[in-house]
Each structure stands twice: as C-alpha cells, then as structure tokens.
Design a binder for this molecule. Structure first.
Ligand code: GDP
Ligand code: MG
Length: 363
C-alpha cells in the first residue's frame, strides 16, 4: 500500500507536470485540496503517536526562533544579542538541543531560541528538521538566518508552509458555519473575489456538503484551504543575511531583495548592524504594558512590558512562583474586563494598559 507521503509526492509531481492555465486551474486546485487533506490525516496520526513533544511555555517574554541551515551563524547571533548569564541551562528540551538566551532592548526582554540547523528534506524526516519546525508553531517571531553561501530560502519556506506555518500573512477573512442539512452556500462579503465552482469542489474534497461559508477578501484556492482547515498559525518573520564581511555577500543580498524579503545584512564577526537587528526584532513583535498595583498602595510602579497574549498566570510567575502557588484571585481595571476591579483567575488574558492587583492566600 502506498504511504501517505508517497501519495502526496505523486500529487505534487502531477501538479508540477501540469501546465497552469484556465483549463487546468480547477484540476490543480483539486489536487492541492487532496494534498491538504492527506497532510491533515498525517498530522492527526502523528499526534496520536504522542507527537514530537517539544513545547515552549509562552511566558511574558516574546519567543523568537532562529531558523536556518547549519553554520550560517545562528549561535554566533545568539551570543551577540543575548548576555552570557541568560544562556545557562535555562530549560530542558531533552533530546533536541535548543539554547535559549534573553535579549534586552530598551525596557523590553525577548527570549531568543537558537535551534538546530535545518537541512533540505526535513519534512520527510531528514535530521530533526520536522521537530525544529514544529517548535516554531509556538513562537512570536521567526528569524530566518542565511549567509552568502547558503542563501536560498526556498526549502525553508517550503518546510514552514508544510508545517502549517504562514509567515508575514494575515489569517484569511472568511467564516465557516457547518450545518446538518441545507447544502452548501458560499457567499461574498466586502471585497471578495474567488472561483466559486472551484471552491465548491474543494469543499467536497474535504467532505463539507452542508455549510454556510462567507468570503470577505479576494482569495486564492490555497488561502481558502487554509481557512477551511483552520489549524494554520500566522507568525511574523524577519530575514537575516549574515557574514556581510565576505565578498560573496552582495550577490546574495541582491537576490533576497529581489524576492521581496527585505533582508537585514549583518556581520557578527565585525559586529556590524547588531543594534539594527535588535531594533528590527523588537519592531516585529507586539508588546503590551501592564501595571501591577499592590493591594495596599494605590500608586503604580513602572509597567511591565510583556508579550501580547500573556495571562495573569504568566505575569504572576514572572514576579515570583509564590504568586502562582498562593494565588487567590486578581482584580483588573482596564480593557480586558467589563467593569473596574473585576475579579479574574490565572487563565485570564491581560490587555495593554490593564491595572492588575494580585491577592494571595496567607502562606
Ligand atoms: N565571515 C563571517 N563568519 C561568521 C560570521 N558569523 C559567524 N561566522 C562563522 O560561521 C561559522 C558558523 O557559525 P555558528 O554560529 O556556529 O553557526 P550556526 O551553525 O548557524 O549556529 C563559524 O565558524 C563562525 O565563526 C560573520 O559575520 N562573518
Ligand atoms: Mg549553532
């Protein structure tokens, strides 16, 4: 019996040999839907098998993953932008060695993750690439590191894509309501434009026969499939071209620029553009400010600058683990709650400008 990978490879080969034109557009769209469905089956199976098991606790610092081929300078970059004491054995990724470090910039802190190099063919199980890429599903920014000797980003972009990671892209503007009966309607809202017949056959490919779907933007079949599957993650990315001190740099830089990737040129050995890199990283991550207000003193201190999406638990843990262990409840005044001093639990997600007071059990 052909494995799922074989089937996917066959479908991909068929897409490759089919000329793209008006007449074959539908055929290609359906082949892509078939591939997406097989990828989904594969993913569900591997999840049942326990998955890869690497997992990043999100915390209050944004997580930044350094991704790239081996020996382009990822570890050198980690050393250049983080302080040495922040890199010592911070946490345990057991078999996959990921070295974390903390980068400070202005009043913000970022957790930088130096990941093992990814080689071509990772998705088919070469190296530990698949696991490395899977870790990236949980980061706040992907920094793709290349150098003038390995500057072709295409396989890395392909690996990200196959793991369901969409970079520098917004989630599709569409909604899907599944129903028990009534058939399929795909309607337009706002600036929508799409191929209705093709989208219907993509739905059939996924077994969706009763649903109301509303599309609110001009949409390609790929984006439509992403929206139907709903398990894609949308993460910003930054492209670095390291080793600007070597003569081969310019050609590689021009090439990446021609792809529209806006690379940041860098030389770690000559310490060129290190501050620019920090600035760019900080600029790509969404941060919020939260004020911790002690219950017995109304005036607030310097706000904490933390990653968007942090919870009360993340904030408490950052102050002291006791704050989590002895946590009774917290009160918040701000946009994350409906009324001032509303009581919230550890799982509550805080917003920019929130004023937070934590109440602890007597220890
Ligand atoms: N010429 C040049 N070499 C560099 C630069 N940064 C790192 N290297 C060298 O590239 C090699 C690989 O670096 P490393 O940080 O271990 O790469 P990693 O495998 O991506 O972590 C080492 O020999 C570094 O000294 C740079 O800016 N310029
Ligand atoms: Mg390294």
């Amino acid at each position: 019996m052909a494995s799922i990978d074989d089937e996917i490879r066959e479908l991909e080969a068929e897409i490759k040999k089919t000329q793209y034109n008006k007449a074959t557009e539908h055929h290609i769209g359906r082949l892509k839907a078939k591939i997406a469905r097989l990828e989904k089956v594969k993913e569900e199976r591997s999840r049942k098998g326990g998955g890869t098991g690497f997992f990043i606790r999100k915390g209050i610092y944004p997580n930044i993953g350094l991704l790239g081929p081996p020996s382009v300078g990822k570890s050198s970059i980690l050393n250049a932008i983080t302080n040495a004491e922040s890199r010592v054995g911070a946490y345990d990724f057991t078999t996959l060695s990921i070295v974390p470090g903390v980068m400070e910039h202005k009043d913000m802190k970022f957790r930088i993750l130096d990941l093992p190099g990814v080689i071509e063919g990772a998705h088919e199980g070469k190296g530990r690439g698949r696991e490395v890429i899977a870790v990236l599903r949980n980061v706040d920014l992907i920094v793709v590191v290349l150098d003038p000797f390995k500057y072709d980003p295409s396989y890395i972009l392909r690996e990200l894509n196959r793991e369901g990671i969409r970079i520098n892209q917004a989630p599709p503007k569409m909604s899907v309501i599944l129903k028990d009966r009534g058939g399929l309607t795909i309607s337009r809202g706002g600036k929508a434009s799409f191929d209705e017949e093709l989208f219907e056959s993509i739905c059939r490919e996924f077994g969706i026969i009763n649903a109301d779907i509303i599309i609110r933007q001009p949409m390609s079949p790929e984006t439509f499939i992403d929206g139907l599957l709903g398990n894609r993650v949308y993460i910003p990315a930054l492209f670095i071209l390291n080793k600007s001190d070597v003569p081969e740099f310019k050609k590689a830089y021009d090439y990446l620029t021609s792809l529209g990737l806006e690379p940041v040129g860098l030389s770690v050995v000559e310490r060129r553009n290190i501050e620019v890199l920090k600035e760019k990283i900080a600029g790509k991550v969404r941060m919020i400010r939260v004020h911790l207000v002690p219950s017995n003193a109304p005036e607030d201190e310097e706000p904490m600058v933390i990653r968007e999406g942090s919870t009360v638990e993340d904030v408490c843990r950052a102050v002291h683990t006791e704050f989590v262990e002895r946590f009774k409840f917290a009160t918040i005044t701000g946009s994350s709650v409906r009324f001032p001093n509303q009581r919230v639990g550890l799982e509550h997600v805080v917003h920019d400008g929130d004023r937070l007071t934590v109440f602890l059990r007597k220890g």
